[in-house]
Design a protein around this ligand. Sequence first.
Ligand SMILES: *Cc1c(COP(=O)(O)O)cnc(C)c1O
Length: 655
Amino acid sequence: MQTVSSPFLPFHVPLIEEDDMRAVREVMESGWITTGPKAAQFEQEFARYTGARQAVAVNSGTAALHVALEAIGVGEGDEVIVPTLTFAATAEAVVYCKARPVLVDCEPEIFNIDPVQAERAITARTRAMVPVHFGGHPCDMDPLLRTARARGLKVIEDAAHALPARYRGRMIGTLGDITCFSFYATKSITTGEGGMVTTDDQTWADRMRVMRLHGISKDAWKRYTAEGSWRYEILAPGFKYNLTDMQAALGLSQLAKCHSMWARRRLLAERYSQALSRLDAFELPATRSDVGHAWHLYAIRICPGELSVHRDRVIEELKERGIGTSVHFIPLHLHPYYRDRWGYRPGDFPVAEDYFDRCISLPLYPAMSDEDQARVIEALTDIAHRFRRPAISVLAGSENGIFSGMNSTYPAGPAPGAKAAQSAEGGETWYLGTGKRLLDTAGAVIALALASPLIVICALAVRLSSRGPILFRQRRVGRGGRAFELLKFRTMLDGSTGAQITASGDTRITAIGRWLRRTKLDELPQLINVLKGEMSLVGPRPEVPEYVAGYREEQKRVLERKPGITSPASLTFIDEERLLAAQTDREGYYRRVLLPRKLEIDLAYCRNAGLGADLRIIAATVRSLLPGKGACDRSGARGSGARCETEREPGSEAA
Ligand SMILES: *Cc1c(COP(=O)(O)O)cnc(C)c1O
């Protein structure tokens, strides 16, 4: 193959070589160019390659999804669960069947459909789920298949990115009820346009063969051969989805090198990971140990804490350096159609939105050279250095103010009797100066009185279930940078040491502790912090001094307000422990990703603080604490937005 040396490295170039062209040419010379023997052969070889019993060739991945959903009987009034982070086709095929696409958020770090949220989205009308093996990383199929079996659903896999890929030793194409592949120009093998469906079920395969060509009963191409007859029957109003022999011939020659092209993509992906792991500015794709990744995409994410510019600017900068990239995908719920027709809104699926906001897919294809890849790495390194965010590190200090000289940066809290508020509105000023303190005191007294029986029960439970004190005290940074001791019920084994960050499944947490954390009852003792005047009911969440020391100048403005038991940031990140559980570097992820985002949210609160905002946040917090609330509402599978923070407990201080 001749390589055209171009100053611009496109995001993707298919690998079309001499043998591919010869294969297509032979078909064109044969006198039979539409669906015929080559298409049949391509199906057989594809079935052999994936290990599926049946393979049915169609003219696109979208068509594959459509005939698959049609075959299992999805129709009007049905619901089909689809991840929001996918290409248009996945949900569109559901709409072709007059069914309702029910969108679901993705799991952090791997960005495939979240099995827990998928299960929550099931209703009496749900017929199927369409997990997408995003970027070529197989979905966690076992829980999805278990849920589907238990609830009587079918699983149609969108494997447009997943040739070849493995999950726990099994090839993608053999796991779900039906699997759909795409041979679009950018996919791992291409026929220009094309697709394939695999299944082990003869009945579904037969139905799909009929429906892909006008609902005609037999292999219609045989009509024009010696074996065929002119007679045919129409069994259903089918589609015109057949794959031509020209395409199938290209598919056969591409399939023959599918494995070697995959090996090359794997090598390129490994090199990216090695080279880019030196840069703090980017988060790299993660891979679970029980999968074989197809490496259709290599997508990095910008770390907002490390880089001073947005993803869009990074894409522009790469383009200026002659490098094409792409973004996969704009989550479906952000598009006008899904908003207007199905009622989704921005904010419904925070994990997908955060991913979308920060992701860039880098060039990754066998037709690119080592030098091409070196250019990409060099450009990213250059960008990471040029736009590095200056970290202002502030010294830890004495007991009462961890910052020396901090008054020069911002007011360190009001002198007694002075007005604290910066708001221009008079009413708000009174509220922030005096009213809020009244609300805090009254609120804390009432809450303590109401909760007193519960507090006694919690205290006894902690005391009796494991050795150690009832209360856990932790140094946090309050208003004006003054440190104070935040009180909580102890949820960990006494003397626990280890990571700063706790994630779901942390073994240091006691059984009672797990319950206290889930219900958030462990936070109740902070009402005492409120009475002591160290905290408010609502305010930016106080952090540990180590983290505050790394705040940038503008982030330090959160210290202008009294910290709160609840805050908009805590409500936004209900899934914090789960987000963290998926990370290999939890501390780093918290510092680089979660903390900056939480600060952004709390800073916005500080700018608009007032009675109305506080009452709304208190109401949302109470709602999120009620049993059965706070996660997902049904049909739209939409996050309620009511979320609570989980805690970082330096284990050493728990001792
Ligand atoms: C490419 C793609 C499809 C559709 O494939 P076409 O062959 O273009 O119709 C479906 N789903 C996903 C996730 C894709 O990336």
